[in-house]
Design a protein around this ligand. Structure first.
Ligand code: HEM
Length: 724
C-alpha cells in the first residue's frame, strides 16, 4: 500500500507520486500543446556551482599532464568489482567515448559528447549503451580528484583517447571545453517509437535514405546500425547501406566510416557470452536500489567472461588490447560463415583459422576463443567502396593510423563548434574544414564612422535588419555552427537560399561591401552593424534613443574555408522571426519557431519580443504584407501585441492555407494579414501571457530594451556562447 491509497487510516495524507513521477505532467492531457520547457532547460538554478562558475575558466587551471597520467594508469588498473578484459579497459573506454560522441547528427547538431548526456536518460539506458554505466563509474575516482575543473563530458572523451594511446595509437589531439548538463536534454528528438528496437522510422523500409530526419540511427536505442543486420537479418551488403546512411548523418564520408569501424574494432570485444534472460533492467528502469548501475547480470559471475551487453560474442583480433593491423588481417584473410553467439545474436565466424591467430579468453590466457565479425564488419569486406579502403589501410599501416586518428578526432570534437572554443595544451595546430574556420577580423577601426556610412547609404530599416538577421540566424547552440561570424551569407550555399532573399541580399551586399573595404571592418561586422543601425533607427522612430551593444572582430571566411555541403542542413524551412515559410510548409510552423528559438538559445520572453518587434519593423520576407501589424512600419512599437490582444479584432482563415485575415469585429473590414505563427502569440496561453506584458502601456520602452538585448544575444551568440 502506498500513500496514494486514501481509503484507510494511518497513511500519509499527501498524494505521493502525483507530480513527482515522470508519468504525469500538467499538460499531458493535451499532447498538441507546445512544449516551452525546451527553452528553459539547463537553467542556472540546476547548476550546483553557482552563477559565477565558468567551466571554461576552471578547466584552464587543470594539471593536464597529471590528469593524463592518471587516466592512462586507469586503463590497465583492473578493479575487482568490474574486472578489465585481458587487464585493459581500452575497449570499454573507447566504446564509451564513441557512444558518447556518436549520437551526434548533422541535421540539427544535437546529440554528441559535448554535454555529457550519456549520464542521463534516455542515453544512459539505451540497450546499445549497456554497461557503459560501469565505464563511467570506473572513472569516478578521477572525476572526484579533479572535481570542478574537469567535466564528465570532457573526461568521457579523454578516456577514449587515453585508451587508444595506451594501446599504441598516436592520437591527433584533444580539446577540453565540454560543459556538463545536469538533467536530461528536453529538446532532442530521438524518435517517436514507444518500444525499443522497432523499425518504424523509415518512410520506405527498402529505401534506407528514407530514414526520418533529423534522426541518424536505424532504430530507437541503438547508436547507429543493428550489428546483426538490417532488422536483425544478416546481409552485409544491405547493412553497408545502413552504415553509409547513418554515418553520413553523423557527417562522416566513406573513408572516415571505414577507418572508424576498422579502428574501433581493432580494440576490445563483444560481450554476448551468456543467456540474455539473466540480464536485469537498464538503470532508469530499475528501482532505487538498482538505479545506479543497471543491466545486473545474474548469470555465473555476471562479469569478466560472462559480461553481457546483449548480442554478439568475441574479439575481432588476436591482440585486442593493441593498436595494430589485426582487424584488417582478420577480416580480409579469412572466409566467414554465419553463426550465433551464446546470447543468441547473429554473428560471423571464420570458416577456418589457425589456433595461433585466435584471441585468448579475457580471464584465462590458456584458453583460445573464436574471433568474430558483426554484420557491420562484414559490410566493410563486402561493399566494394569500403573494401577498397580496408585494403588500402592494410597496405599502409601508418596511413591507416593517421586516417583513423583524424576521423576519431572529428568524431569526438565535431559538436564542440569552431576551434577558438577548444581549450588545453593538446589542441592540434592545423585548421580543419569541418571546424568552419574563420580568420580573425580587425578590431582596429572606427565603429561609429562605419555606422555613419551605413546610415547614409540609403538602405531601409527592413533591408538592414533582415540581412543582419539572416546572417546571424543560422547559428545553433547544439553544435555552435552557423552565425554571422565569417559572413558566410555571401557564399554558397547560403547566398542562394530562398529564406535569404537572394535578390535583396545581393543588393544590400553591394552597398555594404564597399563600406567594409573603405573602413577596414570585416563584411561580417558591417552586416551586423547595419542591423544595429536599423534597430536604432526603429527605436528612434518609436520615440526612444538607444545604442545597440556591439563587439567588433568578426572575420570573413572564403569559399575554400567552407564545406558548402555540410552547411545545407542549416537552411531554414520556417523563420518565425521573419514570418517566412518555405514552399508553403504547413505542418505547425510554430513548432519550428520553438525549435529554432531553442537552437538560438533564447527564452520565451526573448522570443516574444523579438518576433513582435520584427513584425513591426517590416522585416517580413519579400516585403509581403503577411503579418505587418502597424501603419507605422519601421518603428519599434508594441503594435503587434496591441493588435493581437485587442478583442475588437477577429481572426479568420483565408483561402491561402496558413494565412489569416485580422478583421474588425464590428465592420468585418480587413486590417492586417497574419500567419499561424503570429496568431500563436495571441492564442497560446503561455505566449499570450508574454504578449500581454508587451501590450501594456507601461512597457513600451521595456519592449525596446528587451528587443535590443535579445537581438544582441543573437548577433553575438556565435562568438560568445559558452553553453556546451
Ligand atoms: C559500424 C557500426 C558499428 C557497429 C554495428 C558496432 C557494434 C558493436 C557491438 C555489437 C559491440 C559489442 C559491445 C559489447 O558487447 O560490449 C561493439 C563493441 C565495440 N565497438 Fe563497435 N560498432 C560499430 C562501430 C564502432 C566504431 C565506429 C567504433 C569506434 C570508433 C567502435 C568501437 C567499439 C569498441 C572499442 C568495442 C569494444 C567494447 C569493449 O571491448 O568493451 N565501434 N561494437
Amino acid at each position: 500500500m502506498d500513500g496514494n491509497d486514501m481509503g484507510g487510516g494511518g497513511k500519509c495524507p499527501v498524494m505521493h507520486g502525483s507530480l513527482t513521477s515522470t508519468e504525469t505532467s500538467v499538460t499531458a492531457w493535451w499532447p498538441k500543446s507546445l512544449n516551452f520547457d525546451i527553452l528553459h532547460q539547463h537553467d542556472r538554478k540546476v547548476q550546483p556551482y553557482g552563477p559565477d562558475y565558468s567551466y571554461r575558466k576552471e578547466v584552464e587551471k587543470l594539471d593536464y599532464e597529471a590528469l593524463k597520467k592518471d587516466v592512462h594508469a586507469l586503463v590497465t588498473d583492473s578493479q575487482d568489482w568490474w574486472p578489465a578484459d585481458w587487464g585493459s579497459y581500452a575497449g570499454l573506454f573507447v566504446r564509451m567515448a564513441w557512444h558518447s560522441a556518436g549520437s551526434y547528427r548533422l541535421a540539427d547538431g544535437r546529440g554528441g559528447g559535448g554535454a555529457g548526456n550519456l549520464r542521463f536518460a534516455p542515453l544512459n539506458s539505451w540497450p546499445d549503451n549497456a554497461n557503459l554505466d560501469k565505464a563511467r563509474r570506473l572513472l569516478w575516482p578521477i572525476k572526484k580528484k579533479y572535481g570542478n575543473k574537469l567535466s564528465w563530458a570532457d573526461l568521457i572523451i579523454l578516456a577514449g583517447n587515453a585508451a587508444y594511446e595506451v594501446a599504441g595509437l598516436e592520437t591527433f589531439g584533444f580539446a577540453f571545453g565540454r560543459e556538463d548538463i545536469w538533467h536530461p536534454e528536453k529538446d532532442t528528438f530521438w524518435g517517436s517509437e514507444k518500444e525499443w528496437l522497432t523499425d518504424s522510422r523509415y518512410e520506405k523500409l527498402d529505401e534506407r535514405e528514407s530514414l526520418a530526419n533529423p534522426l541518424a540511427a536505424v532504430v530507437m536505442g541503438l547508436i547507429y546500425v543493428n550489428p546483426e543486420g538490417v532488422n536483425g537479418k544478416p546481409d552485409p551488403a544491405r547493412t553497408a547501406m545502413d552504415v553509409r546512411e547513418t554515418f553520413k548523418r553523423m557527417a562522416m564520408n566513406d573513408e572516415e566510416t571505414a577507418a572508424l569501424t576498422a579502428g574501433g574494432h581493432t580494440i576490445g570485444k563483444c560481450h554476448g557470452n551468456s543467456d540474455p534472460t539473466g540480464l536485469g533492467p537498464e538503470p532508469e528502469g530499475e528501482d532505487v536500489v538498482g538505479m545506479g548501475l543497471g543491466w545486473k547480470n545474474s548469470n555465473q559471475s555476471g562479469n569478466g567472461r560472462f559480461t553481457l551487453t546483449g548480442g554478439p560474442e568475441g574479439a575481432w583480433t588476436s591482440e585486442p588490447t593493441k593498436w595494430d593491423g589485426g582487424y584488417l588481417d582478420m577480416l580480409l584473410d579469412h572466409e566467414w560463415e554465419l553463426t550465433k553467439s551464446p546470447a543468441g545474436a547473429w554473428q560471423w565466424k571464420p570458416v577456418s583459422i589457425d589456433e595461433a591467430d585466435m584471441p585468448v579468453d579475457v580471464e584465462d590466457p590458456s584458453i583460445r576463443t573464436m574471433p568474430m565479425m558483426t554484420d557491420a564488419d562484414m559490410a566493410m569486406k563486402v561493399d566494394p567502396i569500403y573494401r577498397k579502403y580496408m585494403e588500402k589501410f592494410r597496405e599502409d599501416h601508418d596511413y591507416f593510423s593517421r586516417t583513423f586518428a583524424r576521423a576519431w578526432f572529428k568524431l569526438t570534437h565535431r559538436d564542440m563548434g569552431p576551434k577558438p572554443r577548444y581549450i588545453g595544451p593538446w589542441v592540434p595546430q592545423e585548421d580543419l574544414i569541418w571546424q568552419d574556420p574563420v580568420p580573425a577580423g580587425s578590431t582596429d577601426y572606427d565603429v561609429e564612422a562605419v555606422k555613419a556610412k551605413i546610415a547614409d547609404s540609403g538602405l531601409s530599416v527592413a533591408d538592414m535588419v533582415s540581412t543582419a538577421w539572416d546572417s546571424a540566424r543560422t547559428y545553433r547552440g547544439s553544435d555552435m555552427r552557423g552565425g554571422a561570424n565569417g559572413a558566410r551569407i555571401r557564399l554558397a550555399p547560403q547566398n542562394d537560399w530562398d529564406g535569404n532573399e537572394p535578390a535583396r541580399l545581393s543588393r544590400v551586399l553591394e552597398v555594404l561591401e564597399p563600406i567594409a573595404k573603405e573602413t577596414g571592418a570585416s563584411i561580417a561586422d558591417v552586416i551586423v552593424l547595419a542591423g544595429n543601425v536599423g534597430v536604432e533607427q526603429a527605436a528612434k522612430a518609436a520615440g526612444f534613443t538607444k545604442t545597440v551593444p556591439f563587439t567588433p572582430g568578426r572575420g570573413d571566411a572564403t569559399a575554400e574555408m567552407t564545406d558548402a555541403e555540410s552547411f545545407e542542413p542549416l537552411e531554414p524551412l520556417v523563420d518565425g522571426y521573419r514570418n517566412w515559410i518555405k514552399d508553403d510548409y504547413v505542418v505547425k510552423p510554430e513548432e519550428i519557431l520553438l525549435d529554432h528559438t531553442q537552437l538560438l538559445g533564447l527564452t520565451a520572453p526573448e522570443m516574444t519580443c523579438l518576433v513582435g518587434g520584427m513584425r513591426v519593423i517590416g522585416t517580413n520576407h519579400g516585403g509581403s504584407a503577411h503579418g505587418v501589424f502597424t501603419d507605422n512600419v519601421g518603428a519599434l512599437t508594441n503594435d503587434f501585441f496591441v493588435n493581437l490582444t485587442d478583442m475588437s479584432n477577429t481572426w479568420n482563415p483565408t483561402d491561402d492555407e496558413g494565412i489569416f485575415s485580422i478583421r474588425d469585429r464590428q465592420t468585418d473590414a480587413p486590417k492586417w494579414t497574419a500567419t499561424r505563427i503570429d496568431l500563436v502569440f495571441g492564442s497560446n496561453s503561455i505566449l499570450r501571457a508574454y504578449a500581454e506584458v508587451y501590450a501594456q502601456d507601461d512597457n513600451k520602452e521595456k519592449l525596446v530594451d528587451d528587443f535590443i538585448a535579445a537581438w544582441t544575444k543573437v548577433m553575438e551568440a556565435d562568438r560568445f556562447d559558452t553553453r556546451a
